[in-house]
Design a protein around this ligand. Structure first.
Ligand code: GNR
Ligand code: NI
Length: 166
C-alpha cells in the first residue's frame, strides 16, 4: 500500500491525455488500492489516476453512502439531467471552493476491477463526484466549469498564491 502525493494545478500531467485500460492486471489492482488509500488520506471523496501522475483512465470515489469505495475504469458519462449549483472543491486546487453549476444527475458507464460492466448513477454528491472525476480523466479541472468572469478571478488568485503574494 502506498500514499501518493497529489498533483496540483499547474502540473502538466493534469492536462495530458489519459489512456484507456485494456488489461486489468495486477498493476491496475495495485494502482486502485493505492488510489483509495491516497483518497482517504487526503481526505477526499474522489480521486482520478492523473491526480497522482498516472495517465490512465481510472478513478475511485466514495460518495459517503453505505457502499464504500468504488472504482471506475474507462468511465464515460452517458446521461445527465437537471442543473444544480454546489460548492465544489478539488484536491488538485487545494483550499479553494467555488459554486459550480452542473447537471444535477449523472449516469456513468465503466468497468469494475473484474472487468465487468458497471453503472453508477445519482444526484447530490454522487452525481457531482462522478462528473468531477470523469472531467479529470479528460484533462479538465473544476476551474474550466466556472463562468468566464469567475474563472478569470480564480486564475488571478491562484497565480498570486503561486507567487507568494497572498
Ligand atoms: O474531495 C473532493 N470533494 C469534492 C467536493 C465537491 C465536489 C467534488 C469533490 S471531488 C474532491 C476530490 C477530488 O479532487 N477529486 O478529483
Ligand atoms: Ni478533483
Amino acid at each position: 500500500m502506498a500514499i501518493y502525493p497529489i498533483r496540483t494545478f499547474g502540473d502538466p500531467v493534469l492536462r495530458m491525455e489519459t489512456k484507456p485500460v485494456t488489461d486489468i492486471d495486477d498493476k491496475v489492482h495495485t494502482l486502485v488500492r493505492d488510489m483509495i488509500e491516497t483518497m482517504y488520506d487526503a481526505p477526499g471523496v474522489g480521486l482520478a489516476a492523473n491526480q497522482i501522475g498516472v495517465s490512465r483512465r481510472v478513478a475511485v470515489f466514495d460518495a459517503q453512502d453505505e457502499l464504500g469505495p468504488r472504482v471506475m475504469i474507462n468511465p464515460e458519462v452517458v446521461e445527465t439531467a437537471g442543473e444544480w449549483e454546489y460548492d465544489e472543491g478539488c484536491l488538485s486546487v487545494p483550499n479553494h471552493y467555488w459554486e459550480i453549476t452542473r447537471p444535477a444527475f449523472a449516469r456513468v458507464k465503466a468497468l469494475d476491477l473484474d472487468g465487468n460492466d458497471v453503472e453508477y448513477a445519482g444526484d447530490g454528491l454522487l452525481g457531482r463526484v462522478l462528473q468531477h472525476e470523469v472531467d479529470h480523466l479528460n484533462g479538465a479541472l473544476l476551474l474550466d466549469a466556472l463562468p468566464k468572469r469567475v474563472r478569470k478571478k480564480a486564475l488571478k488568485e491562484l497565480r498570486e498564491e503561486a507567487l507568494g503574494l497572498t
